[in-house]
Design a protein around this ligand. Structure first.
Ligand SMILES: Cc1cc2nc3c(=O)[nH]c(=O)nc-3n(C[C@H](O)[C@H](O)[C@H](O)COP(=O)(O)OP(=O)(O)OC[C@H]3O[C@@H](n4cnc5c(N)ncnc54)[C@H](O)[C@@H]3O)c2cc1C
Length: 440
C-alpha cells in the first residue's frame, strides 16, 4: 500500500486511499490536438459513467483526468451505497414535499443503477447488499430517526424503523431507520473496476492530463491541457471538488470539503457478533455531522466523517489531520467499547463537492459546456447515475424525470448558511455535548 507513515507508531497515513493501491498502468497524457463529439473532464465514478454511456450511445468521447481515473472521492469514500436521500426529510416534507419525493426516487434509482452496472460489467467489489441504517445513539436521535422515517415513508421510501435488536445493531445504539436497498462495498474496487471497463471501451482516455481551461467557442468548446488540446462539440465537467478551479464553472456551484476515514485491524467474527452488530448493515449516526461505520468482509471496521473541514480551491493533496484521526478513534472506542484493544491501522481522506442545497447539481455552464457535480456525501451511487442521465440527455435531448429536479436552468447558487468552518465546528461541538447523553 502506498502511503506516508506519520509518526512511527499508530495508523498508516496515505495521500490516496486505504481501499486499493494506485493503478500502475496509467494511460499517456494528451500531447496533441484532437477532435471529438464529447470531452469529459474528470475520471471519477461520475465522469467515467458519463463517458461509458456516451460511447455506448455512439458518441466519439475523450476523457481527461488530471491524475488517474479513480484518484478522487470515488475510491476514497466510506463505501456505503444507500437509498436514503440527502437533506433533512422533516423540513423538506413541510416546505417542498415534491422535492422530497424526487430525492427519494432518485436515491433509490441510483442504487439500482449502480447494482446493475456492477452486474453488467462483472465488477467484484465486495458488495454486500445489507442495507444501511440511520442509527441513533441517544433518545433524541431516536426520536429524530422516527420522525425522519415517517416523512420518508410518506414520500414513498422503502424503509423500516426499529430498535437495536430488531435491526441487529451494536448494542451502544438504540435503533434507527433501515433503508434495505444498497449496502456496503469496497469503493476502490468499484472505481478501478469501472476504470478497467473504460479503458477497454471506445473512449480515448488521457490520464495525467489536467484540464487548465475550457472555452466555449460557439460551434463547440476548446479544452486545454499542458501538452495538448481537444476540440469538442460538447464538454461535460465531472471534476467534483475541483470544479471551481475552471473559470467557466458557475460561481458558488460548490465548495470543497475534506472528509477523513480510519480503518481498524481485523476483528474476530465472534467478537463482532458479541457487540450485537449481527446485521452487518452500514451505519450512519444521526448526529449533526454523522459518524459512519462499515464492516468489511475482512472484518475490519472503516469509520468515517464526524468532522468536516471546508477547504479552498485549488485543493491540494493532503493526509488526514492527526487530531481528527484521534477523534474518529474516540468515536470507534465509544461505539464499540468491547473492541477498545483493536488497533487503527490506516487513515486517509478525500475531497467532496458540497452544494448549498446539499443536492446534486447538473446543467449548462455555457452553450456547449455541461456539468454534473456535487453529489455531496451520496455520490457512490448517485454520481454514476447522474452522469449516465446527463449522457442520455446529450445524445437524445430528453431530460429524464430523475434528472429534472437537479437541472439548473439559471445557474444561480445562493451563499450557503452552513458551509462555514465555524458553523461546522459548532455542529461538532453540539454533537459532543449530545454524546454525554448517550443511551439517555
Ligand atoms: C471520505 C469520504 C467518504 C464518503 N462516503 C460516502 C459514502 O459512504 N457513500 C456515498 O454515496 N458517498 C460517499 N462519499 C461521496 C462520494 O465519494 C462522492 O460523492 C463521489 O465519489 C463523487 O464522484 P465524482 O466522480 O463526482 O468525483 P471524484 O471521484 O472526486 O472525481 C473527480 C475527478 O476529477 C478529476 N479532476 C479534477 N479536476 C480536473 C481537471 N482540471 N482536469 C482533469 N481532471 C480533473 C480528479 O482528479 C478526480 O479524479 C464520500 C466521500 C469521501 C471523500
Amino acid at each position: 500500500m502506498n502511503g506516508n507513515p506519520l509518526p512511527d507508531r499508530g495508523p498508516r497515513y496515505t495521500t490516496f486511499t486505504g481501499w486499493v493501491d494506485r493503478p500502475t498502468d496509467l494511460t499517456p497524457p494528451l500531447d496533441s490536438t484532437l477532435s471529438c463529439d464529447v470531452a469529459v473532464v474528470g475520471g471519477g465514478l461520475g465522469g467515467m459513467a458519463t463517458a461509458l454511456r456516451l460511447t455506448e450511445r455512439g458518441a466519439d468521447v475523450v476523457l481527461l483526468e488530471s491524475e488517474f481515473c479513480g484518484y478522487g472521492a470515488s475510491s476514497r469514500n466510506a463505501g456505503q451505497i444507500s437509498a436514503k436521500p440527502t437533506g433533512e426529510p422533516q423540513i423538506l416534507a413541510r416546505v417542498n414535499p415534491q422535492l422530497l419525493r424526487d430525492l427519494v426516487r432518485f436515491a433509490a434509482s441510483s442504487v439500482r443503477f449502480s447494482e446493475d452496472l456492477l452486474e453488467q460489467l462483472g465488477i467484484e467489489c465486495e458488495y454486500e447488499a445489507v442495507g444501511n441504517v440511520g442509527a441513533a445513539v441517544t433518545k433524541g436521535q431516536m426520536r429524530k430517526a422516527q420522525r425522519d422515517a415517517r416523512a420518508l415513508l410518506a414520500a414513498g421510501a422503502d424503509l423500516k424503523f426499529g430498535d437495536q435488536r430488531e435491526l441487529g445493531l451494536p448494542d451502544t445504539f438504540l435503533g434507527g431507520m433501515l433503508t434495505p436497498a444498497g449496502g456496503t462495498m469496497n469503493p476502490g474496487l468499484f472505481t478501478l473496476g469501472l476504470r478497467a471497463a473504460l479503458l477497454g471501451s471506445g473512449v480515448r482516455v488521457f490520464e495525467e492530463s489536467p484540464v487548465q481551461s475550457v472555452q466555449d467557442v460557439g460551434s463547440g468548446a476548446m479544452v486545454i491541457t499542458p501538452l495538448g488540446r481537444i476540440r469538442a462539440k460538447k464538454v461535460v465537467l465531472a471534476n467534483n471538488a475541483w470544479a471551481p478551479e475552471l473559470a467557466i464553472t458557475p460561481q458558488r456551484l460548490s465548495r470543497p470539503v475534506w472528509v477523513n476515514m480510519i480503518e481498524t485491524a481485523p476483528v474476530e467474527r465472534d467478537r463482532i457478533v458479541a457487540t450485537g452488530w449481527t446485521s452487518r448493515a452500514g451505519l450512519a449516526t444521526k448526529h449533526n455531522v454523522m459518524e459512519s461505520y462499515h464492516l468489511t468482509p475482512a472484518d475490519t471496521i472503516a469509520v468515517g466523517v464526524r468532522q468536516l473541514k471546508i477547504g479552498k480551491n485549488p485543493v491540494v493533496e493532503r493526509i488526514s489531520n492527526p487530531g481528527v484521526v484521534a477523534d474518529l478513534t474516540d468515536a470507534f472506542r465509544a461505539r464499540f467499547p468491547s473492541l477498545r484493544d483493536v488497533a487503527v491501522t490506516k487513515t486517509w481522506g478525500g475531497w467532496i463537492a458540497m452544494t448549498s442545497s446539499r443536492a446534486p447539481v447538473v446543467g449548462k455552464a455555457s452553450k456547449n459546456v455541461y456539468y454534473a457535480i456535487g453529489c455531496n456525501g451520496h455520490g457512490l451511487g448517485q454520481a454514476p447515475y447522474l452522469g449516465s442521465l446527463l449522457a442520455d440527455h446529450l445524445t437524445s435531448d430528453e431530460i429524464h424525470e430523475d434528472m429534472m429536479p437537479w437541472w439548473q436552468s439559471e445557474n444561480r447558487f445562493p451563499r450557503s448558511l452552513y458551509l462555514h468552518n465555524p458553523v461546522l465546528r459548532a455542529a461538532w461541538l453540539a454533537d459532543r455535548i449530545g454524546d454525554r447523553r448517550v443511551g439517555r
